[in-house]
Design a protein around this ligand. Sequence first.
Ligand code: ADP
Length: 625
Amino acid sequence: MTTETHKETLGFQAEIQQLLKLMIHSLYSNKEIFLRELISNASDAADKLRFEALTDNGLYEGDSDLKISVSFDKENRTVTVTDNGIGMNRSEVMENIGTIAKSGTRQFFESLTGDQAKDARMIGQFGVGFYSAFIVADRVTLTTRRAGLGAEHGVRWESGGEGTYTLETVDKPMRGTEVVLHLRSDEDEFLDGYRLRHIIHKYSDHISLPIVMKAQDKDEYEAVNRASALWVRPKKEISDEEYTEFYKHVSHDFEEPLAHVHSRVEGNQSYTTLFYIPKRAPFDLWDRDGRHGIKLYVRRVFIMDDAEQLMPNYLRFVRGVADSDDLPLNVSREILQRNKQIDTIRAASVKKVLGLLEDLAKNDKEKYATFWKEFGRVLKEGPAEDYANRERIAKLLRFASTHNETDAQDVALEDYIARMKEGQSKIYYITADSFAAARHSPHLEIFRKKGIEVLLLSDRVDEWLMGHFTEFEGKSLQSIAKGDLGLDSLEDQEEKKELEKAAGELKDLTAKMKDTLGEKVKVVRVSHRLTRSPSCLVVEEHDMAVSMQKLLKAAGHAVPAVAPSLEINPQHPLVMRLNNESDAQRFADWTHILFDQALLNEGGQLDDPSAFVQRLNDLLVTLGK
Ligand code: ADP
C-alpha cells in the first residue's frame, strides 16, 4: 500500500504517556537498567527467530550466527543496540511499541498511589521494558525488519516520548532490530566503552548469545559476556547476583526473587530446571489467561514461553526455565499436552518447588511468611488440583486461628495438632466471608469455653479447599458449623446431663418453633454450642455450608435448597422468654427473629429484610413498655 510508505504521526495510547513520566521519575536512580531491558528484548527476539527457523530455515537468510551488538557514537551522542533476531513488521511495531497489551495494565494504573517509592516498586514489577530507553534518551529511533520479508519492508519508529511517534517504511537489508538512543544532555556517561561493558557484565552476562562490542582501538568486535546459558552451568559457579539477574530477564520483574531452586537430572531422561519464586504477586495472578511463566527449551533452543504444561495451576506464580535434552525440537503445545516426557518433568518440577517451599517454611520463616502473604491463596488450590501431593501441600498451608490475637495466617496444621486437647480427635475450623465474621461467630462459643483452638478461614478459596481436604495425618477436619462436633469425649458428664434435661423440658418449644419456621429449617433443637448467643444455624454433616451456598449462588449456580437446622441456647433469656410466650403472633415473630439473626451471623442473606426489621422494632417497643 502506498500510504504505508508515507511517514505518519500517531498518538501513544494514553497510558503510555503516564507510564513514561512515572518511569523516568521513579527509575532515574537506577537508570543504567535501560541497557539490560533492551538486551533482554534482543535476546528474546533471537530466541523467537531460532524457534521459527526450526520449521522455516529460510528465515535465517543465510546468517544463523545470532548476536547482539552494543555501540556508541560520541559525536552524535547515541547508544545503539542491534540484534539480528526475528524483527517486527509494521503492525507488530504498532501493537508492541505503541500500546501496552499486557494483562493487568488496568489494575496496575488503579493501584498507583502517588507515593514515589511505592510506585517505583510497582512500576518495576509491572515491567517497563523498551520504554526504559526514555530514562536516558530524549529521542529513540527503532528500525526493524521482520525475518523473511524483503529489505523494502523495514519500519522505522521514532519518538521523543512526548505523546506521539512517527512510523515510516524504510529499506533495511539486515533483518532484526536496531534501537538508537539519542541521549539526553546530561547522560554522557554512557558514551564510554568501559561503562557500557561494566553494565553488560553486571546485568546481562547470563544472556546465552554473544553481546559484542567494538574492541578498544581496533576495528574488531568481541564478545563482552560469557554467552552461555546460565542454567547449564554448575550451580557452585553461579553467584547470587547472576541468579538474580537471570530471574529479572526471564520474569520481566525488576525486583529480586524470593528464592530459587536449580537442578539437573541425568538418566533415562535428562533435563535441567531453574525455578524462582517471586517476592510479590504479579498483577495478573488472578487473570484466567495470565502468564504461566515457565520457558521451555530443548537442548538450549528456546521453544516457548508460558509452557503451562510444566507447572500446575496452583504453582502458577513460579517463574523460570526447563531445558530438556530429549524432547523433539518441533514440539508444539498440542504435543506437550500428551507427552510422557513432559509429564515426568512436570512431576519432578512440582516436587522441586514443593521442596523449596518446605525448605523456606522450615529454615526461613520470614521469607515463608512473605511467600504465604503473596501466594498462599494460590497454593490453597493445591489439594483439590493435585491429589498425589496433597499431604505435602497440606503441610505448607497456614491459617489464622483462635490461638492468635491477630488475623495473621501463620498456623500450620502440625502446630495445631501439637496443641490439641487431650481427648480431641478432630481439627476444627470455621469458614466465613471475613476474618471478623469468622472470629465473632457464635459457633466459636463452646470452643472458647473449652479452650479448644479453631482455625479461622475467610479467603474466598477456603470453602473450595475444605471441600477437597477432609483429613490430615489421620485427623479429620471438621467445620464447627456442621453436624455433630465430636466433642463427646471432651464434654463433662454434668454438662451433658443438664443439656439432656433442657432438651426434654424445651421439647414443646422446639417443636412449636419448627412448626412456625416450616421448610426453612430441618429441625429446631437445643444446642450445646452456645454460651452467649441465643441461636445459631448448623448444617448436617454432608450438606453444603451456608456460606458455600451463598458463594455458589453469587457465581450464578443453581443451588439445591438445603435447609439448615436451628439450634437454640436454653440458658439465654430470649429463649426462656420465648418459652413462656402465650401470644401466638409474638411467638412467631420472635422465632423468626432468632432464625434471621442466626442466618445473618452465617453471612447469609435474609429473604425479606424489611420484615426482619419490622419484627425487631416491634419487639423493641414491646420490651420498652
Ligand atoms: P516486554 O518485553 O515485557 O514484552 P517491551 O515493552 O520491552 O515489553 O516490549 C514489547 C514487545 O515489543 C515485546 O514483547 C516484543 O514483542 C517487541 N520487541 C521489543 N523489542 C524487540 C526486538 N528487539 N525485536 C523484536 N521484537 C521486539
